[in-house]
Design a protein. Structure first.
Length: 161
């Protein structure tokens, strides 16, 4: 479930999007570059503050990325690297009391093994533990930052003319 802001409810964001569409490509590139430079450290720091374990840090914080487009800003975490397969259980937790039965082998003789394979994860939380709460907290700030960056970049572009 993505967390997002509905632009139809904000006249300021609508004006920002219309303004971006009407400026030259170089100015749009400058807006994207400035926005990413300011949002990336804030996103990573927000995740780092909520991370409680080394696994959270390794899977969610180190893989945090901000992608800035002309029409939106995308916050990602856990989508890159070798550990992206365990992003969902790390963020949302798991049933720690669940048993997993699998086939083991000692020499040529197979046998069944029954273990708790989710004990290292946190208890299940449907709202997330690190990424989703951080995104809910930071999205309004990033929206404000994005509009301010657009206005400042327009102003600088007009001063150069």
């Amino acid at each position: 479930m993505p967390i997002q802001i509905n632009v139809r409810e904000s006249r300021e964001l609508q004006a920002a999007l219309l303004a971006i569409a009407s400026v030259p490509r170089e100015v749009r590139a400058q807006i994207r570059r400035h926005t990413k430079a300011m949002a990336q450290p804030g996103w990573q720091e927000g995740l780092r503050q909520r991370a409680v374990s080394k696994l959270d840090d390794k899977v969610l914080v180190r893989s945090a990325r901000v992608q800035v487009r002309d029409s939106n800003v995308v916050l990602r975490s856990g989508a890159v690297g070798k550990l992206k397969a365990i992003t969902k259980p790390v963020e949302f937790g798991a049933d720690r009391d669940a048993w997993t039965v699998y086939q083991g082998r000692r020499g040529a003789k197979p046998f069944k093994v029954k273990r708790h394979t989710s004990r290292q994860l946190a208890w299940h939380r449907s709202g997330g533990r690190v990424v989703y709460p951080t995104a809910e907290e930071l999205i309004p700030r990033f929206a404000s930052l994005w509009v301010q960056t657009i206005i400042r970049t327009f102003h600088e572009a007009l001063e150069k003319r």
